[in-house]
Design a protein around this ligand. Structure first.
Ligand code: ADP
Ligand code: BMX
Length: 307
């Protein structure tokens, strides 16, 4: 199904008739869009400055809302990379991605700036909800959304309910360990999935192999143009994500794992994950699917009211 086809619009309007303005604050880009009846409009974007201080991060989000001409009565939802506690506080778990995000009272700060109560949630959990109600997860009871992007994020839906914990740690599957990882992760843990499979890790491993100044997008392009060294890094990332999928299936017996993020959605990446997963015994292999809402999953999901 073509993303944003009339069929999808009509289905979204039924499945997730949400309205409001949403922000998706990732480790590489911040995007914002207006959502009308489940239809995510054109988004405005800016690059994330991972070293910016809190005031500048708040300003960056408000600038995007200004560009959209935020109305005084519009609902605002903010999906954030990092853990988001039930008290509305924001913490970077990977402190190399966002270096100054420590116990930021983001819900209170943004609610004050915008003179309304705003909704805040982790970006991968928001995307999981979006895909569950209006994307690849429609009709399943339990699924995980795994984003392969700047980091490796996760949002889990069990028996129709998002798995959300008071500290906001639940679902951070990128910080589980991988049997092929070797390095220390920006979270402080050793040998995590994020430390070998994420965009940050791919760029760091490329630089360690003297392919400097290449972000994961450039490494992926080199892979697609047949460069062996690049292909090895991308396949390694896909293998670590496949292991993660098998671990999620083993632990939670999920019906489905939905892959998102620019790397997760990149040409042929899901097939590489599927290929590595096929080495696992059948019982441990979850079904895999691309995020049908693409990079809009979190923008829609953060505005969906919990049922
Ligand atoms: P965010 O992490 O901010 O949500 P993305 O989902 O775009 O943003 O993920 C950013 C990561 O994906 C970066 O490491 C970037 O280099 C990489 N990337 C961006 N576009 C592509 C692409 N088309 N193919 C492969 N990797 C990509
Ligand atoms: C990291 C972590 C998660 C986030 C995930 C995907 C930080 C800053 N981020 O695991 O909270 O959901 O990356 O984030 O600790 P993205 O930037 O790749 O979208």
């Amino acid at each position: 199904m073509q993303f944003r086809s009339a069929e999808m619009l009509e289905r979204n309007a039924k499945a997730a008739p949400v309205n409001g303005v949403a922000i998706d604050f990732g480790g590489t880009k911040i995007s914002a869009a207006r959502v009308n009846d489940g239809f995510v409009g054109t988004s405005v974007r800016t690059r994330t400055d991972g070293n910016a201080n809190v005031d500048d991060q708040i300003d960056a989000m408000c600038d995007l809302l200004d560009q959209l001409g935020l109305g005084s009565n519009e609902i605002v939802g903010i999906a954030l990379a990092g853990r988001v506690s039930r008290d509305g506080e924001w913490f970077a778990l990977n402190t190399e991605t966002l270096t100054k995000v420590k116990a930021v009272p983001v819900r209170a700060l943004m609610s004050k700036r915008l003179a309304r109560d705003v909704v805040v949630e982790n970006d991968a959990i928001a995307a999981a909800i979006g895909e569950f109600v209006a994307g690849a997860g429609r009709g399943v009871r339990s699924m995980a959304f795994v984003t392969v992007s700047t980091g490796i994020g996760g949002g889990i839906i069990l028996d129709g309910q998002p798995l959300i914990s008071s500290t906001g740690l639940a679902g951070h599957v990128g910080f589980t360990t991988s049997r092929i990882a070797t390095d220390k992760c920006g979270s402080g843990r050793m040998q995590t999935v994020e430390s070998i499979a994420s965009g940050r890790a791919i760029a760091a491993l490329a630089a360690a192999a003297e392919h400097d100044q290449m972000d994961a997008r450039a490494v992926f392009a080199a892979h697609l143009s047949g460069e062996i060294w690049a292909g090895a890094l991308i396949r390694q990332s896909a293998s670590a994500v496949a292991e993660l999928c098998a671990n999620l299936k083993t632990t939670l017996d999920l019906d489905l794992v939905v892959l998102g993020g620019s790397i997760g959605l990149a040409d042929g990446y899901l097939d590489l994950v599927q290929g590595a997963l096929d080495d696992e015994p059948l019982i441990f292999r979850p079904a895999l699917a691309h995020a049908e809402l693409g990079s809009d999953a979190a923008l829609l999901g953060v505005l969906v009211k919990p049922s």
